[in-house]
Write a protein that binds this ligand. Structure first.
Ligand code: PFF
Length: 487
């Protein structure tokens, strides 16, 4: 290998964020997504209400925050995407970076399809297309059976995402985040106020937060808490690593990581008041004693596409309030998902740039186009989303992040990383950081992974195919030559 070319090919990224605020908002944009809105409040309720806050908070502190810090520092120190970062630590670890990248690419495929449904629902809400409460379920089913409509909203979603990432870090992603995140919060405040002022809301909030301490004895509750923390924070050796590589050297990083984590988890908790206020209202209207008796789904897509439309249809002041609050809800969901989707495309592009010298315009165009085409699979077969998500959006995150912690903790010097960031840090990293990365996080991750494997009822053939495909693609990519590299 020619050393000069090598240095050039591994050179610093030439793009930067315009401001620290832009970087933090983009990281928060990646973190806050569909997961915060329809997964968190449902998981909380199912896993012991207020008691769930404890495993969730523990997962945040022992795995979430240390890993965001680690990803920020690694990305900034090595100035690049995860294949490059891991390769610089040891050549044979490059494949771990590619696994993260292909995995996030796969997440993007179905994540965008859900966003396409959301976009269709922005339109449906504006026209209250489901008509009456009875029409809600039918409309959702007919959307799932309408590949043409979903194909169109998917194309729009990818087009907007393409345009944003194509324009680059400062003029594309930073601008989009500075615009979308404040709007997201303002609209959420409006929805939470509406939720909390509805009759019966207190009853819903009680179901959301009343602690059921006995639940903490269940392993599943802890698995849910750790799995949710990784997904919700986008900790997976992909977006946060590259986002931090666009901060100049000598930047503040650890406190930025704490801010990102708390803004994200705070948003989830806060938004739960809107969701559960509305559920409480439905309970009062239907005169039922528990949320399960409502006959509407409380978690996942069902919450968004069935329960919320049902509830807004019954709001005081309908149909105008139905239109207003239905639209607000789906706009929130779309903006949250859109800023996550751009953070899925950017690391994929950055990895191909680092390794093969692909330029932004070509790279981003090919990635988004390919994602659109492959995503059509989920448009025609929405049933594939769950098993693919089980692997790409959940199980893989756990072991990839485990490897990330082990590689950084045992094959690189954490002290070096601490010394690198501490002079500019608002919150300095002490030896506690090493303990968390070397011992606490890996042990916690292995524990939940083994528990998950033992109880993995969901490991379908489709999930297995996804796993094998991701690993094969990563091995092939890792085996290819770096630009400028002579073998
Ligand atoms: N954090 C996003 C959410 O909670 O919806 C999902 C996500 C985005 C996961 C980006 C992974 C990722 F790289």
């Amino acid at each position: 290998m020619n050393p000069t070319l090598w240095v050039w090919s591994m050179g610093a990224a030439s793009e930067y964020w315009r401001s620290r605020k832009g970087f933090i908002l983009a990281a928060i944009g990646s973190a806050i997504g569909l997961g915060n809105i329809w997964r968190f409040s449902w998981l909380t309720y199912r896993n012991g209400g207020g008691a769930f806050i404890i495993p969730y908070f523990i997962a945040l502190i022992v795995v979430g925050v240390p890993l965001i810090i680690l990803e920020f520092v690694l990305g900034n120190y090595f100035k690049g995407s995860s294949p490059k970062v891991f390769r610089k630590i040891r050549e044979q670890f490059e494949v771990v970076g590619w696994i993260a990248i292909i995995d996030v690419f796969v997440i993007g495929l179905y994540y965008a399809v859900v966003l396409a449904w959301v976009l269709a629902y922005v339109g449906f809400s504006l026209t209250v297309a489901w008509g009456t409460v009875e029409g809600v379920g039918d409309l959702f089913n007919s959307l799932l059976g309408n590949p043409l409509l979903v194909g169109v909203t998917l194309a729009i979603t990818w087009f907007i995402t393409w345009l944003t990432v194509y324009k680059g870090i400062a003029s594309g992603i930073e601008r989009a985040s500075l615009f979308a995140i404040p709007i997201l919060w303002i609209l959420s405040v409006a929805l939470v106020i509406r939720g909390l002022t509805l009759p019966g809301s207190v009853e819903g909030i009680n179901w959301y937060l009343t602690p059921n301490w006995a639940k903490l004895a269940e392993g599943k509750v802890w698995v849910d808490a750790f799995g949710q923390i990784l997904f919700t924070l986008s900790v997976m050796a992909a977006p946060l690593v590259v986002y931090a590589s666009y901060m100049p050297e000598k930047s503040e990083l650890p406190n930025s990581a704490w801010i990102t984590a708390f803004a994200n988890c705070g948003f989830s908790f806060f938004f739960g008041f809107a969701t559960w206020g509305i559920i409480g209202y439905l309970m009062q209207l239907q005169n039922v004693a528990s949320p399960e008796q409502l006959g509407v789904p409380l978690g996942g897509g069902g919450l968004a596409f069935v329960t919320i439309p049902t509830a807004v249809t019954l709001l005081p002041g309908a149909p105008v309030s139905t239109m207003v609050f239905g639209t607000i809800f789906f706009v929130i969901l779309w903006l949250a998902g859109y800023t996550s989707l751009i953070s899925i495309v950017e690391p994929v592009y950055a990895s191909f740039r680092d390794k093969f010298g692909v330029d932004r315009k070509t790279g981003v165009t090919v990635i988004t186009l390919l994602s659109f085409i492959l995503g059509l699979l989920f448009v025609f077969q929405p049933g594939l989303i769950d098993p693919v998500d089980f692997m790409a959006g959940s199980t893989n995150l756990i072991w990839v992040v485990f490897l990330e912690a082990v590689i950084a903790g045992y094959y690189f010097s954490l002290k070096k990383l601490r010394d690198y960031v501490n002079p500019y840090a608002e919150l300095r990293l002490g030896p506690w950081f090493d303990v968390l990365i070397r011992y606490v996080a890996p042990i916690a991750l292995v524990a939940i992974l083994s528990y998950g494997l033992v109880t993995a009822g969901q490991m379908s053939p489709i999930s297995a195919v996804v796993l094998i495909a991701i690993i094969l693609a990563s091995v092939v990519l890792a085996g290819m030559k770096w630009r400028g590299e002579e073998k």
